[in-house]
Design a protein around this ligand. Structure first.
Ligand code: NAD
Ligand code: TDX
Length: 332
């Protein structure tokens, strides 16, 4: 049994990971989360009290972080400002959390000699042409496009430097786009599902040709557990499930499963600097650690996700009007 400190555990992927760990292992979990607009305690409801503790706080609070890291075996670092569109309008919180917050955590992990796993994104590699036969690998040079992805790239490089210079016992994973329950309604898939529920037409940025490589959040969780258990210190692992789809096809699939006409969506103003395509080659993770995804049917995964948002309106309703008002101001 290990004690895990999970930062950002009240967010989308962090909360899915906490549920996954408590259901599939005997580990104990402490979540450290600031509960920003993106954090929701309702996502952590009903967890076993003897194995789960919640602490509200900032990962950039060195005193608090030092105390919590001292009491843990493994730090799993999910906390971040995570939304590209927000980073284009107000980059500062991205620097504070993604850079200074990560720095604060790795300093504590170094001091107490604790195992550290850093969660990152494929966006650090920039984007690919639609017809590029290559996909991202662990060797692809960093080339981030947005304030969000550049701060994630910076945090990855800090972790790498702490491994090399100070012997930090760390691994890094860069994952593709996640979908599943508990995702904030600002993000593409839940925004469109909840729009249709509310009688609003889905909004596609630009022509909708941009490609994302979708993976279910549970498959991300199983990969992270495999890396914590068997990953080699200092290594980076790319996590992906061969789920490339363009945005137009995803919107049409949502419309189909929600009983709407296939063209019942609007094109809106494009995201500045919008990355064209992400695609992950996860051969290293599969060959070295024997990991493979379980949610290989995207169509069925989307149906389940639609059902979850229909059944959990109480969870997302409080954020919906405010999120759409913000998008409206931006013409999106
Ligand atoms: P999210 O925005 O849903 O959740 C982020 C969580 O971090 C929230 O609970 C928030 O309250 C918390 N947080 C923010 N600032 C904090 C601070 N200073 N101190 C403590 N807690 C703070 O994000 P997500 O989509 O779940 O992403 C989680 C991680 O996974 C991020 O590191 C992100 O870069 C990475 N990632 C996300 C995706 C994706 O598709 N969403 C893909 C690959 C990697
Ligand atoms: O209303 C929308 N319409 C639309 O066409 C929204 C919100 C998005 N989009 C497009 C933009 C992207 O091409 O859909 C795609 C996905 O958008 P997001 O959900 O904002 O995700 P993305 O920008 O790809 O980043 C996500 O995956 C990588 C996460 O938010 C990041 O945290 C993660 O690192």
């Amino acid at each position: 049994m290990s004690r895990l400190l999970v930062t950002g555990g009240a967010g989308f992927i962090g909360s899915n990971f906490v549920h996954y760990v408590l259901e599939n292992t005997g580990d104990r979990v402490t979540v450290l989360d600031k509960l920003t607009y993106a954090g929701n305690l309702e996502s952590l409801r009903g967890l076993p009290e003897d194995r789960f503790t919640f602490v509200q706080g900032d990962i950039a609070d060195a005193g608090l972080v030092d105390r919590l890291v001292a009491e843990t075996d493994v730090v799993v670092h999910y906390a971040a400002e995570s939304h590209n569109d927000n980073s284009l309008h107000d980059p500062r919180p991205f620097l504070d959390t993604n850079i200074i917050g990560t720095y604060t955590l790795i300093e504590a992990a170094r001091k107490h000699n604790k195992r550290f796993h850093h969660i990152s994104t494929d966006e650090v590699y920039g984007d690919l042409e639609l017809d590029d036969p290559e996909r991202f690998t662990e060797q692809t040079p960093y080339n981030p496009s947005s304030p969000y992805s550049s701060t994630k790239a910076g945090s990855d490089l800090l972790v790498r430097a702490w491994v090399r210079s100070f012997g930090l016992q760390a691994t890094i994973s860069n994952c593709s786009n996640n979908y599943g329950p508990y995702q904030h309604v600002e993000k593409f898939i839940p925004r469109q599902i909840t729009n249709v529920i509310d009688g609003i037409r889905p909004k596609l940025y630009g022509k909708g040709e941009n490609v994302r490589d979708w993976i279910h959040a549970n498959d991300h969780s199983s990969a992270v557990l495999a890396i914590i258990a068997k990953g080699r210190i200092g290594e980076t692992y790319l996590i992906g499930a061969d789920g490339e789809k363009n945005n137009k096809d995803v919107v049409e699939l949502i419309l189909k499963h929600m009983g709407q006409a296939p063209d019942a969506y609007d094109h809106v103003v494009d995201r500045p600097g919008h990355d064209l395509r992400y695609a992950i080659d996860s051969t290293k993770l599969r060959d070295e650690l024997g990991w493979e995804p379980k949610f290989s049917n995207f169509d069925a995964g989307i149906e389940d996700t639609i059902a979850w948002y229909r059944e959990n309106e109480n969870w997302w309703r409080p954020q919906k009007a405010q999120t759409e008002a913000k998008y409206k101001e931006q013409g999106q």
